[in-house]
Design a protein around this ligand. Structure first.
Ligand code: ADP
Ligand code: MG
Length: 691
């Protein structure tokens, strides 16, 4: 038996069960070992039958009077009586006819299951049972609950893991021994056994700490090594020109915040270093990242270099092109701005590509269209990636590959993850935080609105519209057809069908409550030209209300829009709601965000948190703690952040793992003494690499 062996090597796992394991992505014994439990049920306490209370219980008993019968088509019931010195209790199994034959009357068994009201009397329902032993697998212990699939239960997965124990016991250590000692960690083998078959709560915690530590440790090594590598690359040095920076600032319609100024300054220093810049500007929605990026880019274009600014959507790319055009025109450099997006006509695209290739386009703004093969850059020296987490590593690399020399990279992100975390996860990046909002901003007023308060709300909104403001209305779905589909899925899952569509909301608003206002509709199924036209009308204030889907979630900047109304708010995640809310409150006018509930039940903690806080960083922390391990705020597409054990809220663990990683690299810069570890880390480097 080796980690690479197929599951059929295990006793009791045949071809058919192996196929079910494959459904879960488990093809080898190694895959089985890595299939960590989703959660645990504590059945470790053996209770005398006379003292049973409803809930998860374990008894140690003899089992008698076993009877199986078919009640009707598709329902078979097995019943038995379990007894110990303190009393008796009924056991009931549904559709497990084999039970009857498996019970020996002269044996003692551990029986674990839910003690509850079943068929009129209290009984232990569908229990697991096995003969009393020192190492029970499915009873009388903390039981791992796995992600399972039809025909493959946690019970069966536990049996398979049990079969594999001799193999797991011999799994070699992957961490340096001094780290294991210094951090008082379990060995890898011990931790893997305990994560699947914990002997106590304490042992399980130790196993989680060990495996979580390893995850963060390897991730830290990966990003530190990436950073080392980046620092070995020669850079195009871009000297700082003070007068130019001053002139840019002089023409701004506002004063930069202190953190904006610091971010620009840090980037200017980076541009003069002997190795390429790799900096992340992290700032909450509305903190003003675009102007920072533009000011940094200015230094490069002034000196004849090309800058490429890539945004995740066409809407955003257009908006950035306009913004940058406006910011550069007082300096007479607006002609350098060229936009390349998929929706341009063939001849427009050809024209843009020619300008890009010749270098006439010094400041190229676009979408993924920029990374197409046909696009040739000219003296590309700086890449700016907006909404960084929306792009995969590959896309970044493709854009970088357009440069003759390793370019400088500036990434922008509104994903406000806590700093300690950012340093670990993005260890290869230097980070500038924009912690302030521009000074003229008032905090957005957020309110949760129950269905019966809708009419009153519309009155209040109309006053704002009458005063010249504008409103976004966001719906989770596009069309009534989708509503019907959604209703069916909801019904199948036993949930109420409540989602509303943008098309329906649009029809209702413009024909009823807001028929005296100009209402527009924006969603992902419109043609690019239609989207652009609607957006432009909204920007020019030819529309008062824009009904949309989450296409407007990212980056859209219309300062005169002050109201964000979100239908079916409970259907969105915290990060997404905060992003949506960030579309308003972008000027000196008071911003409002209304979260509409489907029914008059109590709102979730997520919504209440939004109502109370405007701070993306604290919401991010809350989101982390609500979601538990693995999930991280707003970064669903980021492969490297797929931590399975480490709690992202566990700052202590994250900090010590990062420090150990740094210490190891001081001792052995290239991990030459740790071949096995290097293998793991190299695999991670491929996905964490933000270079
Ligand atoms: P984000 O960080 O979400 O990308 P943007 O760059 O879109 O934010 O900026 C949001 C709005 O704030 C824009 O309208 C921009 O012109 C404005 N802005 C940026 N910096 C300042 C500032 N220091 N003072 C006032 N307004 C600012
Ligand atoms: Mg932005």
């Amino acid at each position: 038996m080796i980690l690479g062996s197929p599951l059929t090597e295990l006793k009791g796992v045949g071809e058919e069960q192996a196929r079910k394991f494959a459904v879960l992505g488990i093809k080898t014994l190694g895959g089985l070992v890595e299939h960590y439990p989703r959660r645990y049920d504590d059945y470790s306490t053996v209770t005398p039958i006379g003292k049973l209370r409803p809930g998860a219980v374990t008894i140690e008993a003899a089992i008698k009077q076993v009877k199986g019968r078919r009640v009707r088509r598709g329902l078979h019931i097995t019943e038995a009586i379990a007894s110990d010195d303190t009393g008796s209790v009924r056991l009931i199994w549904f559709n497990q006819p084999y039970r009857a034959g498996a019970i020996k009357s002269d044996q003692r068994y551990f029986v674990s299951g839910q003690y509850e009201l079943g068929r009129g009397r209290f009984a232990i329902m569908n229990p697991s049972m096995e003969m009393v032993s020192d190492l029970p697998i499915n009873t009388a212990r903390i039981l791992a609950v796995y992600r399972s699939t039809k025909g493959l239960t946690s019970r069966q997965i536990r049996l398979a893991v049990y079969q594999a124990l001799p193999l797991i016991e011999n799994i070699p250590e992957t961490l340096p021994l001094w780290v294991v000692k210094e951090q008082q960690l379990l060995s890898r083998a011990e931790a893997l056994i305990a994560i699947h078959m914990p002997s106590s709560v304490e042992k399980l915690a130790a196993a989680r700490r060990r495996l979580g530590f390893e995850e963060v440790f390897q991730l830290s090594l990966a990003s530190l090594l990436n950073k080392q590598e980046n620092q070995n690359e020669p850079a195009l040095r871009i000297p700082f020109q003070e007068e130019l920076a001053q002139e840019f600032v002089r023409h701004l319609p506002f004063t930069l915040t202190d953190t904006q100024r610091r971010a620009v300054w840090q980037a200017y220093l980076d541009l003069q270093k002997p190795y390429p810049m790799n900096r992340l500007i992290e700032g909450d929605v509305g903190s003003g990242k675009t102007v920072v990026a533009t000011m940094v880019a200015l230094m490069a274009i002034e000196q004849g270099w090309q800058v490429a600014f890539m945004a995740p959507t066409e809407l955003l790319a257009r908006q950035h092109a306009d913004t940058i055009h406006a910011l550069l025109s007082p300096l007479g450099k607006e002609d350098l701005v060229t936009m390349l997006v998929g929706a341009l006509s063939a001849s427009q695209k050809a024209k843009a590509r020619t300008a890009i290739k010749s270098g006439k386009a010094g400041f190229v703004v676009g979408t993924q269209a920029l990374i197409q093969e046909k696009v040739d850059m000219h003296k590309l020296a700086l890449i700016i990636i907006d909404e960084q987490h929306r792009f995969g590593v590959e896309q970044r690399k493709l854009l970088m590959a357009k440069a003759d020399h390793m370019p400088h990279v500036l990434s922008l992100s509104a994903t406000p993850i806590p700093r300690s975390l950012a340093l670990t996860l993005y260890g290869e990046l230097d980070i500038s935080l924009l912690t302030e909002k521009p000074a003229d901003r008032k905090p957005i007023i957020t309110s949760i609105i129950s269905p019966n308060a809708r009419a009153g709300l519309y009155g209040k909104i109309d006053e704002e519209l009458a005063a010249g403001r504008q409103m976004f209305v966001v719906c989770p779905l596009i069309s009534p057809a989708e509503e019907i589909m959604e209703a069916e899925t909801a019904k199948a899952r036993g949930l109420p069908p409540i989602m509303s569509s943008a098309e329906k909301a649009y029809e209702e608003l413009r024909s009823k409550n807001f028929k005296h206002r100009r209402v527009g509709l924006l969603h992902g199924k419109l043609k690019p030209a239609e989207k652009q036209a609607v957006m432009e009308r909204f920007v020019r204030h030819e529309l008062d209300i824009l009904v949309a889907t989450t296409v407007i979630e990212v980056g859209v900047d219309v300062p005169n829009a002050t109201i964000m109304l979100i239908e079916n708010a409970e259907h969105f995640g915290l990060a997404q709601l905060h992003q949506l809310r960030g579309r308003v409150g972008r000027s000196h006018h008071q911003g409002y965000c209304y979260l509409l509930l489907d029914d008059s039940g109590a709102p979730s903690r997520r919504l209440r948190a939004l109502e109370q806080s405007n701070d993306g960083f604290s919401l991010a922390e809350l989101d982390l703690s609500l979601r538990g391990p693995g999930a991280i705020y707003g970064t669903a597409q980021h492969g490297s952040l797929d931590l399975r054990v480490a709690q992202l809220t566990d700052t202590e663990l994250i900090t010590s793992a990062r420090e150990s990683a740094q210490k190891l690299l001081q001792e052995d810069r290239n991990l030459l003494q740790y071949k096995e570890l290097m293998l793991h880390v190299n695999r991670l480097r491929a996905v964490t690499n933000l270079n």
